[in-house]
Write a protein that binds this ligand. Structure first.
Ligand SMILES: [Fe+2]
Ligand SMILES: [Fe+2]
Ligand SMILES: [Zn+2]
Length: 504
């Protein structure tokens, strides 16, 4: 008699491990008990998608074929010339800094989790996800490869990815997760990063890409997001499994949720500028996206449900709600401060930008931020701060966020450890440090390394170390990339611009 679907699924995915006879199991899996997680019978837990490997391969190859058809057409038709305002590509470069290294690191992390947790369902889900994340890294790099034929910044991607100071933001996040135990990593990435935040990453960003006409990136976003639903399901089932297996897991899980919510939220600061600033037309604001994807879906939806396990919303959740009125503006202000040292440029805001920002953020933009951006009207580099910034010892973002309760004051926090003062961008990052200072004391501070001569002796050496030239930085509308974009358009007879552009 032929097997039914669920029988077939079992036969292909269960009882594939053996019990070691010649070595102690604890030697093979030294980390399973190291974190204090207690498991009774995790084998009853199922991979939420009940997929077999041949189904996975079939779905993914269809997806890839579709994506590469869109990509080839975009490249052949010089799609980059057809976007509404080429400054969008500066945002794509920022994405290349913030997100792509995270994709690749997530692939390593998933392999680490699967290796160290001997539960078949988790192994299969993390195995698939490891391949997914590698695919995400690759299709994103393909987009940069095409852009790099026409524009600055991405020509030494491997080197920039390794050395650029701003890359310490995603790196510190994933290094932190990779040095945690496997269950904490699972909660860090699958739950806190993927379940709570990837909707706000790929949905608004893909719709911004669609609004400005970057069909290639729309396709990247859709292709990635279709895997994310599986990753989010893993996060959700892992969380429920750990909570249901033993009550004593609850406080540990809560402490991981508290930590990783703030870690993940902070890494998304750059994304807020990709929603509110870089696209010349925006389908949604960061504030609204945060309300829908985080406040409504996660906090009011999911966390209500988790209350029965004794789980409450993440510790610093209220801080992120207060910050939604400020987040993208304060982050863009940071990017403008250091645009001479990043390969993604800042830009002078246009009249329609001021109008949109002030409509979407009536209580904060005009009052606290517009005057800062207006300073660029006289001179586009007026707001740049010379040198490299002081950064937060936990999230590695420059410590320049305002206190949302008193926006004229900085939110910067300090803590002493072993006779040294450490600096943090926010109470959330300070709490994380205070709980585990040993994880952050050896942090790499680019400004310090620069002074120690790690980048060479001159500014020129520093740019060489970063992998790009000074003229690939600064302000967009006064850059050679803007003039290139205009020229490409002229050659294709695409003269009409979105509105008019005010430049120096
Ligand atoms: Fe991914
Ligand atoms: Fe993912
Ligand atoms: Zn921080």
């Amino acid at each position: 008699m032929p097997m039914g679907t669920s029988q077939r699924y079992r036969a292909l995915t269960r009882d594939l491990m053996w019990d070691p006879k010649t070595v102690n199991t604890k030697k093979i899996y030294p980390l399973v008990e190291a974190e204090g997680i207690r498991l009774k019978d995790p084998s009853k837990w199922e991979d939420p998608f009940r997929m077999t490997f041949n189904q996975y391969v079939k779905i993914q190859s269809e997806k890839d074929q579709l994506h590469h058809a869109v990509r080839t057409a975009f490249e052949a038709n010089y799609g980059h010339t057809r976007v509404i305002d080429g400054r969008w590509f500066e945002g794509v470069k920022a994405f290349a800094v913030a997100v792509q290294p995270a994709e690749y690191a997530a692939h390593r992390l998933m392999a680490y989790i699967g290796r160290n947790i001997p539960i078949e369902a988790i192994r299969f889900a993390t195995f698939n996800q490891a391949i997914d994340e590698l695919r995400h890294a690759q299709i994103e790099i393909k987009h940069y490869a095409d852009m790099s034929k026409y524009y600055d910044g991405l020509h030494a991607y491997a080197q920039t990815n390794e050395n650029l100071w701003f890359n310490t933001v995603p790196k510190s996040f994933f290094d932190d997760a990779l040095t945690a135990g496997p269950f904490e990593s699972l909660i860090a990435i699958s739950f806190s990063f993927e379940y709570v935040f990837t909707n706000i990453l790929f949905l608004p960003f893909a719709s911004s890409a669609a609004a400005v006409g970057d069909e290639h990136f729309v396709s990247v976003g859709k292709s990635v997001q279709s895997d994310e639903s599986r990753h989010m399901a893993l996060g959700m089932s892992a969380l429920r499994m750990l909570l249901e297996e033993d009550d004593r897991n609850v406080p540990l899980i809560q402490s991981w949720i508290d930590k990783w919510y703030w870690r993940a939220y902070r890494i998304f600061s750059v994304i807020s500028t990709l929603v509110d600033y870089y696209p010349r037309v925006r389908p949604i604001s960061w504030k609204k996206a945060f309300e829908i994807y985080v406040e409504e879906q996660v906090i009011n939806g999911l966390f209500k449900d988790l209350a029965r396990y004794g789980i409450r919303p993440p510790r610093n959740f209220e801080d992120s709600v207060k910050e939604k009125e400020h987040y993208s503006h304060a982050t863009m202000r940071i990017l403008e401060h250091y645009k001479h040292a990043n390969y993604f440029r800042g830009f002078r805001l246009q009249p329609d930008d001021y109008e949109w920002l002030s409509n979407e953020y009536p209580s904060t933009f005009d009052r606290y931020y517009a005057p800062f951006f207006r300073r660029m009207d006289d001179h586009v580099m007026a707001v740049a701060s010379p040198g490299l910034p002081a950064v937060c010892a936990v999230c590695q973002i420059p410590v320049e966020f305002p206190d949302p309760d008193h926006p004229e004051r900085p939110w910067t926090q300090y803590a002493e450890h072993n006779g040294k003062t450490h600096m943090f961008c926010s109470p959330g990052c300070k709490q994380i440090f205070v709980e585990e200072p040993h994880k952050y004391v050896q942090w790499w501070w680019p400004a310090e390394s620069y002074l120690n001569g790690e980048f060479g002796n001159s500014l020129e050496d520093m740019f060489k170390y970063f992998g790009f030239a000074p003229e690939e930085a600064n302000e967009y509308y006064s850059s050679r990339d803007y003039h290139r974009w205009l020229k490409y358009r002229q050659q294709l007879g695409l003269d009409k611009q979105y509105g008019s552009i005010v430049t120096d």
